[in-house]
Design a protein around this ligand. Structure first.
Ligand SMILES: [Zn+2]
Length: 142
């Protein structure tokens, strides 16, 4: 698939059939598939990071080398932290598929939309509420 913005490679975007209801069983299946595959990939990446850090944890005599290594490690730890948070969001999204709340805005209740969910399968807000939230956050942290 060319030009797809899916976070997971190898899963084609969902094509609803004419008159298909929003968040039909097939759509649930599709997004569950994406979320499960995505989580698998993230967990594999996390394993690689740990391996890399173990094999790299040498004692450098040169303080400059040591500093570089520490920087690399802290970057990797931040990445891992992001991955952990993302995995948690994926798990939460999987729960909302089970409870059939998936795909609806947490704030106003409207449909988030298949296209938006393809690009952000863990989205819990519609684009309007998300934009509003970002504006509010900017005001708080100014
Ligand atoms: Zn909304």
């Amino acid at each position: 698939m060319i030009g797809t913005s899916l976070p997971v490679e190898g899963i084609d975007p969902y094509m609803p059939s004419a008159g298909e209801i929003y968040m039909s069983e097939d759509q649930h299946k599709h997004f569950r598939h994406i979320l499960v595959e995505w989580k698998k990939q993230l967990m594999q990446e996390a394993d690689r990071t740990v391996d890399h850090m173990k094999s790299d944890a040498a004692n450098y005599a040169d303080p400059a080398d040591r500093a570089t290594q520490e920087e690399e490690f802290s970057l990797e730890l931040r990445t891992r932290d992001r991955e952990r948070k993302l995995i948690k969001k994926i798990d939460e999204s999987l729960v909302t598929i089970d409870t059939e709340d998936y795909g609806y805005c947490e704030s106003c209740g409207i449909e988030i939309g298949i296209r938006r969910l393809e690009a952000r399968p863990t989205a819990t807000l519609c684009i309007d509420c998300k934009t509003l939230q970002e504006i509010k956050e900017k005001q708080i942290y100014k």
